[in-house]
Design a protein around this ligand. Structure first.
Ligand SMILES: *Cc1c(COP(=O)(O)O)cnc(C)c1O
Length: 376
């Protein structure tokens, strides 16, 4: 217990002492306060720059009157909507306080201390956190061109493996894999291993592939979705897992009975129904992606091709330094050194056209101020 202070507090669980806390994107108001700046833009947390569907907002307002009551612990209306929209049974759905909650539920339900959990290098940080929190052993498989090496991940499975976390597309790299690769991967995974396919950004490039049909074939598959990204409900915290009835039953034993608020439930139903809003968000994202790619090309920078609502770009300098210089000019992005081990990349979320333009201009200024590191 070397990491404990001299205060007499009970010892924490083993894995907990080794956790580096998740670093959230810097809030706009915090930066405004710190710098005395008025004009701050945040392209750091992959939020929808359009906000959310107006119908979702109306649903929240309507739910206000019932604020004194507990939410529907079974989330009936939301499960019904999900069931209809995605062609799954209601008893295959687990609702989460954000999809983060689903990832943690999986770890708490299926993984014990000393078990193994597999995820990729450069993968979403929460996989390692959820693993450590239950005292399990994280097995990080080297990435291939910044993306998941699914074959190597399947080869890393042992008798002790309980869960494999994969993200398609992945955050913070934006990398993706194809249906044929996923299909081959699933065939290699033994039944004692639960595969968690995290599709937080699936709405942006639905042409990638439809993963839902794999649910009927694989009782050891869980698909995780969120309302935080394309649906624009990040602050409400709502996501869901789709899996076999057996897996779902187990997750629901661990789930807090009221883990999704009435506002989140009501807004999520309305947001899912508003397919026009998603269409519009997708279109804006495609344009913004092209805008950023053109800007990077002009600056002579390489980026990682992305199928999400963000891009990781190699700034040919220390990413943390570039991040800080951008911050001082009122532009919040995300450094991806540290736990993500991409020290020369920054991740930028795709914003409104004027936000993307301001980011590119500011980036050009910053790159002119900071000399590039020598190529190795
Ligand atoms: C943002 C994100 C999530 C979690 O979002 P929630 O707000 O908790 O639903 C999950 N997975 C990935 C890969 C993400 O980028």
């Amino acid at each position: 217990m070397s990491t404990q202070s001299s205060f007499l507090i009970p010892p924490a669980n083993d894995g907990i002492c080794h956790i580096a806390p998740y670093q959230p994107g810097k809030p706009i108001d915090e930066l405004k306060r710190e710098l005395g700046l008025d004009d701050v833009i945040k392209l750091a947390s992959n939020e929808n720059p359009l906000g959310c569907s107006p119908q979702a907002k109306a649903a929240i307002q309507q739910a206000i009157d019932e604020v004194g009551r507990y939410p529907d612990g079974n989330g009936f209306a939301l499960k019904q909507q999900i069931s209809q929209q995605f062609g799954v049974e209601m008893n295959q759905i687990t609702l989460g306080n954000g999809s983060n909650d689903i990832l943690e539920l999986v770890a708490r339900t299926f993984v014990a201390a000393q078990d193994e959990v597999i995820y990729s290098q450069h993968a979403f940080a929460v996989y390692a956190l959820a693993t450590q929190a239950v005292g399990a052993i994280g097995v990080e498989v080297p990435a291939k061109n910044f993306g998941h090496d699914l074959v190597a991940m399947a080869n890393a499975v042992t008798d002790k493996t309980r869960v494999i976390f994969i993200a398609n597309p992945n955050n913070p790299t934006g990398t993706w894999f194809e249906e044929s690769e996923f299909s081959q991967f699933m065939q290699l995974i033994p039944q004692h291993v639960l595969v968690v396919l995290d599709e937080a950004y699936v709405e942006y490039f639905p042409e990638n592939f439809n993963s839902l049909k794999f649910l009927t074939q694989y009782p050891n598959l869980l698909i995780s979705r969120t309302l935080s990204k394309a649906f624009g409900l990040a602050s409400l915290r709502v996501g869901f897992g789709l899996a076999s009835v057996e897996v779902t039953n187990l997750l629901n034993r661990v789930r807090q009975p009221f883990n999704v608020s009435s506002f989140a439930l009501a807004a999520a139903v309305a947001a899912l129904k508003d397919t026009d809003f998603i269409e519009q968000s997708r279109e804006l994202n495609k344009q913004g992606m092209a805008q950023l790619e053109q800007g990077f090309a002009k600056l002579g920078l390489h980026w990682i091709a992305s199928r999400a609502n963000f891009i990781a770009v190699d700034v040919q300098r220390d990413g943390g330094q570039v991040f800080n210089a951008l911050l001082k000019k009122g532009v919040i992005v995300r450094p991806v050194g540290g736990g993500y081990a991409m020290p020369q990349h920054i991740r930028v979320s795709i914003g409104l056209p004027e936000e993307n333009a301001r980011f590119l201009e500011t980036l050009a200024q910053v790159l002119a101020e900071i000399p590039a590191t020598e190529a190795a």
